[in-house]
Design a protein around this ligand. Structure first.
Ligand code: FES
Length: 323
């Protein structure tokens, strides 16, 4: 993320129609979404995601995995998560072609920066943001490789699409090959190579360990689950001033900024509420946030120009937000 984006409010949500629903692997399907009037959708870039505001009241975030050059259709991949809170089960069992859903975004917390060489690592449903990245890398003539792991071949989505890339793609089901050979795939640390990884937390932790000696910013990851939150920097309450309205909201110790804003009638769209999806990104005009998200890198945190209000708090007695 290079610049703070204005927080997305409910007014930024488009209503789209489900135009396709297709099984892609065991427990994985894709949804196609289009405007009911057939109009153009907002442009997006590889690594972007959208928020689906489901008819059952849940909001869930899914990576776009379709053709970014198709201006009329978004495609998202959805894994059925038996231990989830009901969003994926609703998509799998209830949502049907023809239904309308609210769609927030697209938003990109995981942008593909220009490079001549890429190494991609995907685990399970983590393939969804990586898929448009490999298409783009191929289109741009970059030198790239993908290491793609999953429990079983039958649970790994998009293998048919990826087969066209030949030996650039290493598909490694765990029941056939064991754990991914990250060291062998990544090789020695070197400059000029960008590493992108998305998947379950243990895989990302292993990639981070394997890239420990790489140049700063060579590795970029996207998480499904936020890192463990430590104690906030400030024990007490703090004030949040909303620059556009001049309103001041008090955030008490047990309340998130997101909830305090909602209590004051200021709706900021949220999805994960765990600092991983980026939906609640909000510009900061003054004060230093206590960053507690899993999205910003050290340089972005130091800039103090945006924060994720679902988890982040304040180091100072007062923050001024671009709301
Ligand atoms: S709601 Fe996902 S980062 Fe805040």
């Amino acid at each position: 993320m290079t610049a703070p984006a204005p927080a997305v409010t409910a007014a930024d949500v488009a209503t789209l129609r489900v135009t396709g629903k297709q099984r892609r692997a065991d427990g994985v399907l894709t949804l196609d979404l289009a405007s009911p009037t057939g109009g153009r959708l907002r442009d997006w870039t590889p690594g972007s995601h959208v928020d689906l505001l489901l008819p059952n009241g849940l909001t869930r975030q899914y990576s776009l995995c379709g053709d970014r050059w198709d201006p009329t259709t978004y495609r998202v991949g959805v894994l059925r998560e038996p231990s989830g809170r009901g969003g994926s089960a609703f998509v799998h069992d209830e949502l049907a072609v023809g239904d309308l859903v609210g769609v927030g975004g697209p938003r990109n917390n995981f942008p593909l920066v220009p490079s001549e060489r890429y190494l991609f690592v995907a685990g399970g449903i983590g393939i969804t943001p990586i898929l448009p990245m490999v298409h783009q890398a191929e289109l741009l003539g970059a030198d790239w490789r993908l290491l793609y792991g999953g429990r079983r071949r039958a649970s790994m989505a998009f293998l048919d699409e990826l087969a066209g890339y030949g030996d650039r793609v290493l598909a490694r089901p765990e029941d056939e090959h064991g754990l991914l050979d990250l060291a062998g795939f990544l090789g020695e640390p070197r400059t000029g190579v960008r590493v992108y990884a998305c998947g379950p937390a243990p895989l990302l932790a292993a990639v981070e360990r394997a890239c420990a000696g790489w140049p700063p910013h060579a590795l970029r990851t996207e998480r499904f689950v936020g890192a463990e939150l430590g104690a906030p920097t400030r024990d007490g309450a703090f004030q949040v001033e909303l620059a556009r309205s001049g309103t001041t909201v008090t955030v008490s110790p047990g309340t998130t900024v997101l909830d305090a804003l909602a209590g004051a009638g200021v709706e900021v769209l949220s999805s994960c509420r765990g600092g991983v999806c980026g939906t609640c990104e909000t510009g900061v005009l003054a004060g230093r946030p206590d960053h507690r998200d899993s999205l910003l890198d050290d340089d972005e945190r130091a800039a103090n120009d945006c924060m994720y209000v679902c988890v982040s708090r304040s180091r100072d007695p007062r923050l001024v937000l671009d709301l």
